[in-house]
Design a protein around this ligand. Sequence first.
Ligand code: HSE
Length: 438
Amino acid sequence: MKKVIKIGFIGYGTVASGAIQILTKQQVLLERRIGAKLEIVKIVDREIERDRGIPLAEGLLSTDVNAVLQNPDIDIVVELIGGIDHAKKFILEAIAQGKHVVTANKALIAHHGEEIFEAAAKQGVEVGFEAAVCGGIPIVRELKEGLAAEQINAIYGIVNGTCNYILTKMRDEGGDFSSVLKEAQALGFAEADPTLDIGGGDSAHKLAIMSSLAFGTPVALKEIYTEGIEKVKRIDISFADEFGYDIKLLAITKMVHGEIEARVHPTMISKDTLLSKVSGVFNAVNVEGKTVGELLFYGQGAGSLPTGSAVVSDLLDIARNILSESPGRVPSAAFMPQARTPIRIRPMAEIESLYYLRFMVQDHPGVLAKISGILGKNQISISSMIQQGRKIEGSVPLVMMTHLAKEAHLQAALAEIDQQDCILGSTLLIRVEGEDAV
Ligand code: HSE
């Protein structure tokens, strides 16, 4: 039996440093778990002079990617360079060379997972991507294995630490969105270019992966409705509080009458839920299974060691399958490839939800009647309302919560309302998830 599994890294950044640290410092523990040694034989990066503070054997570092891809000794290639084009090329090349692959690249798996999984299945090799979704939380493995017996009904995830940090700070310390974002950047919690995080794109990548694993169907990114947190104001957080809600950027996917909903947007959730207690940079994923009921996975969704731990867990998994000569034991996408059937993703116009609406209006007689009249005409029923004399730039906020309504009806009503002279600023809509909304 093979006693050493050989590993090559492409990319020596934050996540690779975490994984390499775990592989070197916890070697004995890892060997005890799998009965073989995991040996790093090459680490490739464009920048090999910088000291990462990890002692490495002589000759391990290289700038030549072929030192990994063309190395016949290497069993598993770990891709940690991020981005799409080069990463995809290197992964497909590694697969073509008969090597197993581990990656943390959520964008790549969300965009090109189908092609990569197909290539891997043809070659009889594995692709591990635990680190691509929520860093240290083992949600990929749970969806593939721990919950294999389950018909998944729904997943609600706080899957972006940057957004959760910003919303938590706005709630607890009262700052506005841009000042909290600047502070998060200064502290290194938010990227210099935070577009993908705050615009919801990063969450959509993770949702595409989770939804596809949960429901056994390809979920194209372009079919995921994606809205970020930029428009949420401090005042919305305090109105939410008055209604007993918190605002979170949620990645939501559910099976509704045989069709899938997959959407990312700021969402009001009851303060009584566990998910609402998830603060700061932490991530959490709430899974509803038909027979197991509700589960909550909580932890660090980013960072060198938590994400590195997820990478190493994939290495161990693949190593075990190599050692037992059963690569591909668990299909990459959680279902047998031939059993993954297309399921319709509902366009956003067809979903039903409860809604929070904040209108910025003139404080005149008849304004409320006009707005509620248009809502009524579009079959939208108001469940509660707040109007307080808090003047903001000459207008007053008028806030309504609706009963369950169809998104198409709501959007039609808002289009008409926003054309009225009494509307002075842009209207904000936040979807509300609760028992009535499911
Ligand atoms: N930038 C992400 C976050 C982590 O803020 O959670 C990597 O997906």
